[in-house]
Design a protein around this ligand. Structure first.
Ligand code: CMC
Length: 476
């Protein structure tokens, strides 16, 4: 970790590995964990601050459960039993609608107010002032870097942009029409075989090395996946260019000696990368933490996170938005499409709605602004008018208003990517590149959290109880 940087683990109680290889950074006092206690009482309980009184009507017993940070501990409920050999009360929360799975100091979202902060900094300010590598540093270490820290970080990442030639050969094995996201996630997983030292997850130097490698090589894998899909030779990284500029070089360089990225497009891509860098405990980040909790190497965990991102309800949504806009075809067909969505006939309105945001996604606001800058260079995407009409109608329609469905980050990002020359299949890959910063920081935070163990939820069993095997000739 660079001098002066803070550990990503500062949202959690600090872990000491059994062999003593750890980072010695204590969490700030505001994040100290209060060990909960649960006291069954037989007498009526008076109101106390920061506790929840539960009456179990099966037994008449009352329990005081501590409330910390607006939550109760699910494990406290286990002491609520009808008989001493009872398993104890559990919570049932499919899809984690109301369950915090971790403490995290990385990203804060207020979904009602449309606020998104990375380590306390508003996304709008980072999109305006920062660049992607600086934001990735902030997400990982918790503070904006000094000039020398940023230089060192940038240099470390630049050093690792090349892919092993055998990774390229591995990628050549994919079919010519393989989806780039399928290539991407398989190749990220395969990287664990190239860097077996990544298994030493208790070694912080090793973790940092993999962090640099992942951050640096993910754009190279993405670009190679794209070049493979169009049958063009791979372009090697050009480390004179910015993070986004080099990515454009690896994608689009043809015969010119030196690729010169368009500065407006490079900056737009940099901003899109900042907007996608982290988003707290979403589906793919939860996957990263869950897989990582088994203490596997980060490449394998990141392959799983990428697979979660691939789905159309998550990072695949921007691809789905473009397909939807094409299918609608013209502005005049928008009312008919909205009618079908509301009737539940066919698709949802892709790029609308969010588990957390119940107001306009702040990332979508920034994207809408940069769309104008990009279209000034590339020419307007003809699908923009359909998107604007969809938004206009949906924002006034009772169905969407009552359900608090607003455009999310994916509604306009695809239009920009398409105008910049990216094929639709590349869209989820363009999400995975920046999200790698968040995945790696969340993985690090999870590993250093003394409260985390292997992720393993409970279930409510609904199948038959024990019964005897029936021989094949006796089955009806
Ligand atoms: N179009 C039409 N109806 C919708 C939509 C939509 N896009 N999203 C939610 N609804 C309805 C849903 O049918 C439900 O209606 P009802 O109460 O009558 O059953 C209600 O709104 C609540 O929705 P939900 O499915 O309970 O919400 P959720 O939190 O489980 O799902 C979501 C969130 C993002 C998966 C969902 O809104 C969705 O599928 N949106 C379209 C896909 C999309 O754009 N995904 C990208 C999310 S942002 C990028 C990222 O972070 O991954």
């Amino acid at each position: 970790m660079p001098a002066g940087g803070r550990s990503a683990a500062n949202g959690a109680k600090y872990k000491t590995w059994p062999d003593g290889q750890t980072n010695r950074i204590a969490p700030p006092l505001t994040h100290q964990i209060v060990t909960p206690t649960l006291t069954p009482t037989l007498t009526p309980t008076t109101t106390m601050a920061d506790t929840l009184t539960i009456t179990d009507n099966r037994t008449g017993q009352k329990y005081d459960v501590p409330i910390t940070d607006g939550t109760i501990r699910a494990m406290d409920l286990r002491k609520i039993k009808v008989t001493p050999d009872d398993f104890g009360l559990m919570t049932y929360d499919p899809a984690f609608l109301n369950t915090a799975n971790c403490r995290s100091a990385i990203t804060y979202i207020d979904g009602d107010k449309g606020i998104l902060l990375y380590r306390g900094y508003p996304i709008e300010q980072l999109a305006e002032e920062s660049d992607y590598l600086e934001t990735a540093y902030l997400i990982l270490f918790g503070e904006l870097p000094t000039a020398s820290q940023l230089q060192n970080w940038t240099q470390q990442i630049t050093l690792h942009t090349m892919l092993h030639e055998n990774i390229k050969k591995f990628m050549e094995g994919f079919q010519y029409d393989a989806h780039p996201m399928g290539i991407f996630l398989s190749t990220v997983g395969a990287m664990s075989t190239f860097y077996p030292d990544a298994k030493h997850i208790v070694d912080k130097q090793s973790r940092m090395r993999q962090t640099h490698r992942l951050r640096a090589k993910v754009p190279s894998i993405a670009a190679y996946a794209y070049r493979h899909s169009i049958g063009r030779p791979y372009n090697y990284p050009d480390n004179d260019l910015s993070f986004a500029g080099n990515f454009l070089n690896m994608l689009f360089k043809m015969t010119e000696v030196k690729y010169q990225p368009n500065p407006v497009l490079a900056r737009a891509l940099e901003v899109l990368f900042i907007l996608h860098a982290d988003h707290e405990q979403n589906c793919s980040t939860t996957t990263m933490r869950t897989i990582g909790s088994s203490q596997v190497d980060p490449y394998s965990a990141l392959a799983g996170a990428s697979a979660a991102l691939y789905g159309p309800l998550h990072g695949g949504a921007n691809e789905a938005v473009l397909r939807m806009l094409r299918e609608i075809g013209s502005v005049t067909k928008v009312p008919e499409f909205i009618k079908k969505v509301k009737a539940g006939e066919g698709s949802k309105l892709m790029g609308f709605g969010h588990r957390v945001y119940k107001s306009y996604d702040p990332r979508a606001k920034v994207i809408k602004k940069i769309a104008d800058l990009v279209f000034a260079v590339t020419g307007k995407n003809p699908l923009l008018d359909i998107a604007l009409e969809l938004e206009r109608i949906a924002l006034q329609d009772e169905y969407f208003v009552t359900r608090k469905l607003y455009p999310n980050v994916d509604f306009y990002s695809g239009l920009i990517y398409q105008a910049m020359g990216f094929p639709v299949e590349m869209f989820p890959v363009l999400f995975a590149i920046p999200r790698t910063a968040g995945w790696v920081a969340q993985w690090e935070e999870m590993l250093l959290d003394s409260e985390q163990k292997i992720s393993r939820p409970r279930q409510i069993y609904t199948g038959p109880m024990q019964r005897d095997y029936v021989p094949r000739d006796k089955r009806s």
